[in-house]
Ligand binder design. Structure first.
Ligand code: FAD
Length: 408
């Protein structure tokens, strides 16, 4: 699957991570991680920290899956508003998911510190704008339920919003507990740290084509016929993880992003906050260290990469138009644009853990707009499973919640 096309800004800004190392022999390890994106790198971090032997295998160059295309906003707010999520999964699990995402924003900062990976981490606020009157009613309910559950939140009415952000939406929710990163820089920075410390082996350009369950683990086979024998497999294969699952667990979407030429920083909005809205699909925006603006959204159901790519020009124009309408005083000129595949689950939550009766094949699938915060949660849960520690988060994110599960 082509995960993205166009020109994702991060690859241009960072240059490619230079690590060409296809697997050319049979190997053995305790944990084999499939995928070198942000999910695989955070899993590797959690395992290396515990001195658990692991390797990473990726069919592409390192980090060049979805993580290279991500707009990399870290928010505790999940695509599914807390009020809806409570109806879908119950109050305990819904509130737990929101709090886990809040904690994982700080946990990602710690990982970057520990591994000395820059990652361009910045703590900033978020505005969630009401797109219309329905959105205002949603935000009013959302405010009450988040406040009741001690989540950081403020309600801004039209006047307060106009004063802080200078837009004329009717209302917004505001919190100062969000962050933004450069996901590609984070993933490659973390991996580089463990490569340099000789705690991790990474095999690039190595496709895992097959797997066989053994008495005490798995044997993975590459397209070249080499094998990886391991006790645990961690499937951190992003939107391509379906090859390891007996049934579909998510819906694929195509999404679009544009980045502006640098603008005068004085023209940028309040604290360079993240901005999104209640409409679905939503428009969202952030800034970068070099005073550019990224605008994303215009999601559509995914059918094929060429159909997604054909729409890049019109979708980019639509994003630019919408940005100019919101901030007419900011001269937005698109410098680059890209599109990517993205996915959503029925309840907006990730899938983390083992498929029933396959306790040593562990998935960490951070599907949804909070993919990166979900990756952090997934890495911690996986590390606990491998260490034999019970993790109550499995109740929230495990496959148990799927109805009519197939066996494999
Ligand atoms: C345009 C866009 C904007 C986004 N914005 C945000 C955002 O603002 N905030 C947020 O939290 N999330 C966002 N996301 C989602 C987020 O980027 C993803 O959730 C995250 O990058 C997924 O990381 P990953 O490591 O799981 O997957 P990937 O980065 O795709 O890594 C998986 C890796 O597995 C490898 N692989 C797959 N199958 C095999 C195999 N059989 N053998 C060997 N290797 C294999 C692939 O080559 C790939 O490199 C966005 C996504 C897109 C596309």
């Amino acid at each position: 699957m082509e995960l993205h096309s166009g020109l994702p800004y991060w690859i241009v800004k960072n240059k490619l991570f230079n690590h060409f190392n296809p697997l050319k022999t049979n190997i053995q390890t305790k944990v084999a991680i499939i995928g070198s994106g942000i999910t695989g790198s955070l899993v590797a971090h959690e395992l290396c920290k515990q001195n658990i032997a692991c390797v990473i295998i990726d069919k592409r160059s390192i980090g060049l899956g979805s993580s290279a295309a991500s707009t990399s906003q870290l928010q505790y707010e999940i695509d599914e508003p807390l009020t809806n999520l409570i109806e879908l999964v119950g109050e305990d699990h819904a509130v737990r998911a929101y709090k886990d995402c809040l904690n994982s924003i700080a946990d990602i900062r710690e990982v970057l510190k520990e591994t000395k990976a820059d990652g361009s981490y910045k703590q900033i606020p978020t505005f969630l704008l009401a797109s219309n009157q329905r959105g205002v009613r949603l935000l009013e309910k959302e405010y009450e339920v988040r406040k009741k559950n001690d989540l950081p939140i403020q309600f801004l009415n039209k006047q307060q919003l106009a004063k802080t952000l200078g837009v004329d939406n009717e209302a917004a929710l505001y919190n100062d507990s969000s962050a933004q990163i450069d996901c590609y820089q984070c993933a490659t920075g973390i991996l580089n740290h463990y490569l340099k410390n000789k705690k991790l082996e990474i095999y690039s350009h190595t496709l895992i084509e097959n797997y066989r369950k053994q008495k005490n683990g798995y044997t993975l086979t590459t397209t070249e016929g080499y094998t990886v024998t391991c006790e645990y497999v961690v499937v951190a294969a992003g939107f391509e993880a379906g090859d390891f699952l007996p049934q579909k667990v998510m819906t694929l979407l195509s999404t679009y992003a544009i980045i502006s030429q640098p603008v005068d920083p004085k023209l940028l909005w309040h604290k360079r906050a993240l901005i999104w809205e209640t409409k679905n699909p939503y428009l969202y925006m952030r800034t970068t260290d070099d005073n550019r603006i990224i605008v994303g959204g215009e999601d559509i159901p995914y059918s094929a990469p060429d159909i997604r790519d054909d729409k890049l020009r019109t979708k980019s124009k639509a994003l630019e138009r919408k940005f100019r309408k919101m901030f007419p005083e900011i001269p937005f000129v698109t410098e680059m644009s890209w599109c990517g595949t993205f996915s959503a689950t029925a309840d907006g939550l990730p899938f983390i853990g083992a498929w029933p009766r396959h306790p040593k094949m562990l998935f960490t699938l951070g599907y949804g707009g909070n993919g990166i915060t979900f990756s952090m949660i997934g890495a911690q849960v996986i590390s606990n499973i491998v260490r034999g520690i019970h993790d109550p988060r499995l109740e929230v994110y495990g496959f148990k919640r799927l109805k009519n599960k197939k066996d494999c």
